[in-house]
Design a protein around this ligand. Sequence first.
Ligand code: G6P
Length: 293
Amino acid sequence: ETITVYSPYPRELIRSLLNDFEQTENVKVELKQGSTQVLLREIHQSDEDELGDIVVGGVLSEMIEHPDDFEVYESKNQKYMKYAKQKVPYVSDFILMPTTIVVNEDLIGNIKVRGYKDLHADELKGKVVYSNPLETTTGYQHMKAIESINHDVDDVKDFMSSANKVDKSSKVIQEVAKGKYYAGLSYESDAKAYINKGYPLKMIYPSEGTMLNHDGIALVKKENINPKSKKLINYLQSKKVQQKIADEYKIQSGRKDVFNQNKQVAAKFREIPVIKDEDISHLTRKQFLELIQ
Ligand code: G6P
């Protein structure tokens, strides 16, 4: 018996959670990785017999263009989540992921980078990289963060015209780590994974406002839904797994009753200058993307 999970997360993070589930449930879990929109497109275009089962990660409440590809589902754990009510009925909440700037410390020298504005410095011309907002959660959320500063899409256009676009979020972190660019628009888990590998990187929560991604989980609509798929959603939202994510990966849980045991980590999360909901553009993804073209 096999279930297939689609995920844009770094492999180390998602695979370890799935491995634990495989053992407790005695089921094999296959992993398909890619940028959020690439995975969603694959699901939309798949024949019934090739369809996988669950998407884990990405800001699915916004990124999903075809809600009909997914099953309306609310797990028994949803009530324990920080946002007890699902934003859309086909997406369950998972974890909270800040989008961050990363800089290569060996290259950045005296150039101060605290937020998005600093990336416009003359010395950084051609040295900043970001991932395609049409294909990736990360690129899209950063562009929304930039818009939220002055509520002006021209700021997004200015940024895009002076920075370098790549097709995948994983390339952003790779290329800053290897020194092809001085700075990039990334997200916490990817940045931390590379810092842990020893690359000379620094992670910055943009001072003007940091976008906190509400990462989601969605159940693929198909004729025969494997009951283990629903079990996996409940499992990923369970207190045990969410506590493990908080403790081992220092990630902010999506649950109300899970706290980071590590005081330093907890204090750091409280200091992140998170963009307030009311400052985020209320346009739909489609409208927003049209405006920034
Ligand atoms: C984000 C999301 C994560 C997602 C990651 C990679 O920042 O919060 O849930 O896994 O991006 O996805 P992407 O589509 O940018 O490759």
